[in-house]
Structure formats: C-alpha cells, structure tokens
Design a protein around this ligand. Structure first.
Ligand code: SF4
Ligand code: SF4
Ligand code: SF4
Length: 338
C-alpha cells in the first residue's frame, strides 16, 4: 500500500511498520524444528522465530517492496518544485520516449498539491536510469539541469588536460550536485540480503550507476557482504553518494527486494533504530560481524537455519538474477575463448 498524504518534501509514505515476522504456528514441521533449537517466542498470540542477534525479539524482515513503497519526485527536483512545475508533462513524455517509463503523472489520489506532477514509484519494474533527460526538457527549472552543470564543471577542469567527460556518473564528483539529484537513499536489509547470509551476490552493486562510489564490500569468511556507503550524522544529514534511482531495487534477486529506496527522513528513522531493536543500522551490521567472528554457532543459526529458510521457503530468490564477480569473470572468459 502506498502511503497517503502529502508534504513539502520530495516523497511521502507510511513506513512506520515496515517489517514482517517469521511466524511458524501454521507450520508444524518448522515449529517443532525451531522449538528444538530453542528460538521460538510468543508475539500477539502467535509463534515467531527469534532473532539470534537480539534473542528476546522476533526476527523481523523488511516487507516486500510492494508494501514498503514510496513516491518520489524525479531526479534533481528543485526545492520549490511544486510552484515551478506547470504540469506540462514533458518529463513524463521524455521518460517514456526514452523507453524507461519511470515517471507517471500524479492523479487526484496522490493529493491535490501533487496532482499532475511527475512521480516515480515503481522501482521494481521501472527504476529511474538517471539518464537525466527529464531534467533536460523541463521548461521551468522544476527539475534542475545538474548533469549539464556537472559536464560544464568537468569541461572547465579537463579542458586543460585536453579531454572531455560526458558520462552521467560525473555527477558523483560533485557533492552538491549529488545532493540536488537525490530522490531517496537505498537501505539493504542484512537479514534478507543473500550476500549477508552466506550467499554470493553483488547484483545491486553491479546495477548501481555509481558503483564503488556508493557500494563497498566486506570480505569475511562468511562471504562477501555488500553495503551501501551511507552514514547518518548527529544533525540528521545523510552522507552518501546514493541518489535513490532504484536500479539496485530492480536488480535484487530476493522477491520483494532486500534493498529499498527510502525518503531521506524515513532512511534516518530506520537507520537510528533499525527494526526497533534499539540498535542503529551500523550497530546492527557490526553485531552480525561480531557474531560471525566470535560465535560460529549463532552465526550459522542466524544465516543458515533462520534467514536462509525464510529466504528460500517463504520469500523466494530469483537465482537467475544473481550477479557475482565470478559469473562476470566466467562469462568474460567464455567470450574470450569463443
Ligand atoms: S532520469 Fe529517470 S525519470 Fe528522468 S527521464 Fe531518465 S529514467 Fe526517466
Ligand atoms: S545504491 Fe541503488 S538507489 Fe542508490 S544510486 Fe545506486 S542503484 Fe541508485
Ligand atoms: S542484490 Fe539484493 S541479495 Fe544481492 S547483494 Fe544486493 S541486496 Fe543483497
């Protein structure tokens, strides 16, 4: 369900209850198995599996994208977007002309203020590719021409070196333009992510236009954990180069996606108290790493016995979507030998 309402910011949604539990009281086999492992808790009269990292709490998973979905303005929306946008629809037509279909025009159900303005809200099927064509055709500056600005700055710098850069990723070189471009920020749920549960997947990182500017990888004996580089400062600002295009959401092989783009205020809320555990997102990740380093029984329980069962039996994984360095190298090797 999309959140109702509207505000001055780029996006709006519900999000207060963004996770679901691993309920097993209708599955006798699983119930007995987890009872034997001593990880069953009572929650609202239901039996749920406990979180090995926080044993007195049920393990919580971010809901499927369809139930944790927000509405965003297109990239580089100006701070006075609603007064600048004349509802001409040119961005919408350009996005469809390019074949991306990321933009829809807001209906009355989206609220009077937004009515007729461009909205992006289907990252799974139609993420924004950051082609920035919508900003190029906007006649009023409601969408600002950040790519042109980045190119101009790069030209000035590189003219001296005798070369020019035209790639959209040059936006990442200019923190003020990254901020202007930003629609939201991506957050990975490490309990759902294949790469945080002994699997091998870098699909989100491979899909990201900014690659290593946004993602990093933690190499551990338990696998290569994929992470979006984003930190919430004490003043509530977010330090990241992620602009919230949603390409990673579409690429994730987990059904309903293990990575969701959130409005900045929602990202901060979840980051500071991840899944209501009382831990920040960063602390939660550190706890996983700590368990992997010092408590192999708990690490196996968490990844193999609980999260993988939820992932494979309940949520589902589209394995054909998993992209790894290994697969890429293998196909590179094959193409070289043919
Ligand atoms: S930048 Fe995104 S929203 Fe704008 S035209 Fe390209 S795909 Fe569509
Ligand atoms: S992390 Fe995801 S949302 Fe952020 S810039 Fe990369 S692909 Fe886009
Ligand atoms: S694509 Fe999904 S499962 Fe794969 S590393 Fe990224 S968040 Fe994890």
């Amino acid at each position: 369900m999309l959140g109702e309402g509207q505000d001055e910011n780029a996006s709006w949604g519900r999000g207060e209850d963004y996770y679901e539990y691993f309920i097993v009281d209708n599955d006798k086999e699983k119930l007995e198995y987890y009872e034997a492992l001593g990880v069953i808790l009572e929650y609202n009269g239901r039996k749920c599996v406990a979180n090995p990292l926080v044993p007195d709490k049920c393990i919580a998973y971010t809901k499927r994208y369809e139930e944790d979905r927000f509405r965003f303005k297109p990239p580089a929306a100006s701070p006075d977007f609603y007064s600048r946008c004349i509802r001409c629809g040119l961005c919408y037509f350009q996005c469809h002309y390019m074949g991306y279909n990321a933009i829809r025009l807001a209906s009355l159900r989206d609220g009077l203020k937004a009515f007729g303005t461009p909205i992006i809200d289907d990252h799974i099927r139609h993420p924004c590719t950051l082609c920035m064509e919508c900003t190029r055709v906007c006649p009023t500056g409601a969408l600002e021409r950040v790519l042109e600005e980045a190119k101009e700055r790069a030209r000035k710098k590189e003219r001296k070196q005798g070369k020019e850069t035209f790639d959209r990723t040059i936006i990442a070189n200019y923190p003020d333009l990254v901020k202007k471009t930003r629609m939201g920020v991506a957050l990975i749920d490490p309990d759902l992510c294949w790469a945080w549960n002994s699997g091998d997947c870098k699909s989100c990182a491979k899909a990201c236009p900014f690659g290593a500017e946004v993602f990093d990888f933690l190499f551990t004996p338990w696998g290569v954990h994929t992470r979006v580089k984003a930190v919430v400062r004490d003043d509530g600002t977010i330090e990241t180069k992620c602009v919230g295009c949603g390409l990673c959401v579409a690429a994730c092989p987990v059904v309903g996606s293990a990575i969701h783009v959130l409005p900045e205020e929602e990202f901060v809320r979840r980051y500071r108290n991840f899944k209501n555990t009382g831990m920040s997102y960063e602390e939660y990740l550190k706890k996983i790493l700590d368990v992997e380093d010092h408590d192999p029984f708990k690490a196996v329980l968490r990844a193999m016995e609980i999260n993988n069962v939820f992932l494979l039996d309940i949520r589902g994984i589209k394995k054909e979507k998993i992209k790894t360095e290994l697969a890429a190298e293998r196909s590179l090797g094959e193409s070289k030998t043919t």
